[in-house]
Design a protein around this ligand. Sequence first.
Ligand SMILES: Nc1ncnc2c1ncn2[C@@H]1O[C@H](COP(=O)(O)OP(=O)(O)O)[C@@H](O)[C@H]1O
Ligand SMILES: [Mg+2]
Length: 350
Amino acid sequence: MQTHTLSGRWCQKMAIRQDNNVNADVQDNEEVLRIEDLHTYFYSREGVVKAVNGVNLSIKAHTILGIVGESGSGKSVAALSLLRLVPYPGKIIHGRVYFEGMDLMEIGTEEMLRVRGRAIAMIFQDPKGSLNPIETVGKQISEILLAHSIMSVREAADRTMELMRELSLPEHIFKRYPFELSGGQAQRAMIAMATAWQPKVIIADEPTSNLDTTIQADVLARLERMRSEKRSTIILITHNMGVIAQMANETAVMYAGSVVEYGGTQALFEKPSHPYTWGLLQSIARLDEPNRALRPIPGSPPNSIDLPDQCPYMPRCPKASNECRLNVRPPLREIEPGHYVACYNVIEHS
Ligand SMILES: Nc1ncnc2c1ncn2[C@@H]1O[C@H](COP(=O)(O)OP(=O)(O)O)[C@@H](O)[C@H]1O
Ligand SMILES: [Mg+2]
């Protein structure tokens, strides 16, 4: 029985080793993940919350895709949908998510578990809820290392300490239980677990939200190393435009459950073409223009229970026209190669 278990574990390790080699074999610019027309609704007592309402995205190998948008725009629910982890009373209504020739929305439960355990890692926005409450932090990180590579328990413990140091977690945390950690420490413990192996894709949902600036820099550096050294592809969700500017190769802007603008980060910052993206950029402080006044976007996001058929940004949009009032929500349209905008009155840049 024991031999069987050992050989089973050995085979599992070998299989994972082979998987890891594939990370480097994937060509740059190859599409790793493709999301088509994803819809996820919550059936609450108050009505149907259209949390994700038609998300389309494509993510290229070895890049960082930033997803940005105000709180409530559906970023977390979209991320949870990719791995079919939407909590009750949520339901994925429609959509396809292509990954390694599979549609993640269609595969069986067993196969989905394999994808979660061996290919796609998730850093959840709520870290405490995702750590095992009855095991020490050190043991949890070490176990991930032991499951994904061939090393001794001692080596795994050493490597765990190294990972913790990289993320500025003090040594004594190794022997602590999740309930003894601060929010920021729990967040970093989870980041250590998600980046201890070589996932093909890492989905990081607000990984720096509870952290002060220096520790935030450690986390971002760790994610960047996962991309450059381990060749992981990263989806980085944040409401912080500064983090996007620093980290993301491409950026998707979400509003009321759908992507309203998507393209290379530089193009998006230099030529924001959807009035919402323009508004977001106006509202943040810029290092190169320190004296410019911050201008928050007037109004607030729509109630996702009664989303209109028209563009959901229309009530707040300085460029809203009759065309917006008379037509359904504009689809994403390619305005320049690789730059997509869902708007009837795209901002022109000369
Ligand atoms: N468990 C839930 N039940 C009902 N509505 C939910 C639930 N989780 C999220 N939502 C709703 O889905 C929408 C999107 O939420 P979320 O994806 O968490 O936004 P973001 O991550 O962009 O801040 C919000 O309107 C939110 O209220
Ligand atoms: Mg969120």
